[in-house]
Design a protein around this ligand. Sequence first.
Ligand SMILES: C[S@@+](CC[C@H](N)C(=O)[O-])C[C@H]1O[C@@H](n2cnc3c(N)ncnc32)[C@H](O)[C@@H]1O
Length: 233
Amino acid sequence: MEPNWTIDEKRHAGTEHLDPEEVARFDEKMPFDPAGEIGVLRESGLCREDTVVDFGAGTGVVPLAVAEHCDRVVAVDISETMLAAVDEKAEARGIRNVETVHDGFLSYDHRGEPASFVFSKDALHHLPDFWKAEALKNVGRTLESGGIFRLRDFVFSFDPHESRPEIESWLEEKKRSTTFTDEELYVHFREEYSTYGFVLEALLERVGFEILESTYEDDFYATYTCRWLGCSE
Ligand SMILES: C[S@@+](CC[C@H](N)C(=O)[O-])C[C@H]1O[C@@H](n2cnc3c(N)ncnc32)[C@H](O)[C@@H]1O
């Protein structure tokens, strides 16, 4: 049992990820072609007998796509509504090797063979930085030694002294180019926990990952490929 001072992951999950109507619109609102990520995992050595775990799996776009390349896929999410969407799609497509687990980054307790790969996209920013470190430790506990963690998320790489004009201009661009409401865009800064790349890189390294590759896009998004080196815990 988690101690009383542990963060309530569901309370920080984003109300839109718990609401059935919003979840039904999710794939249309945030379309993503998983082919590039599947390519990265395969180039990193993904093979048939591997286990892949996706933290914050959402509607399962990546877990369902990777399922044809390996024996076991675990889709972990703190939202039961999201996981119901994964189960529904898996059933419709006849996919039998994707397990859904209702847990969070912190509460997930991996069972069975350690994972060779962990994937996570657009989910870690739901946790404040101290809890990101706790989450990354659990990603490490889920992986075999030398296992690969592929992380994509909203991460800042602008100069901290330029944060306000950078964010204002990002908001203007997103208001023009996306279907997100103004309020949904503001919530990302007001109530969620995207952090700077230099903070996230330090967290990854301090908990025991080697960063093999980091890519920063438009000062607001980052992708990391990391290897789990383990720790003395
Ligand atoms: C923006 S969605 C991204 C979903 C999916 N990874 C994708 O890219 O399509 C964020 C997901 O993270 C989940 N989430 C938020 N906090 C979480 C936590 N602490 N542990 C696990 N999942 C979490 C939400 O329920 C939601 O499904």
